[in-house]
Design a protein around this ligand. Sequence first.
Ligand code: FES
Length: 94
Amino acid sequence: MPLFHRIARIEKAAIPFTLDGIACEGREGDTVLTAILCHAERLRQSEFSGAPRAGFCQMGACQDCWVQCEDGERLRACSTPLTEGLRIITTRRP
Ligand code: FES
């Protein structure tokens, strides 16, 4: 079950992206964090313990929300606007 339930920007244009290979849609104006948590119960797994993380400060200060894209780029999810075609990975890779 997703951590966020969308109640705003429902009427905005859809922005397609993939989350762990699954096709998803965010809305114009979403951050990457908002878009992910509207589809998932966690943002990423801790690289140290594997524990689920969902960001903390939501304002670019704590560094708890870094996610990786399939091309290796890393994004601070709470301060990066969602853009069409992002291919985001939230699970750890060996
Ligand atoms: S949630 Fe703190 S920097 Fe993104």
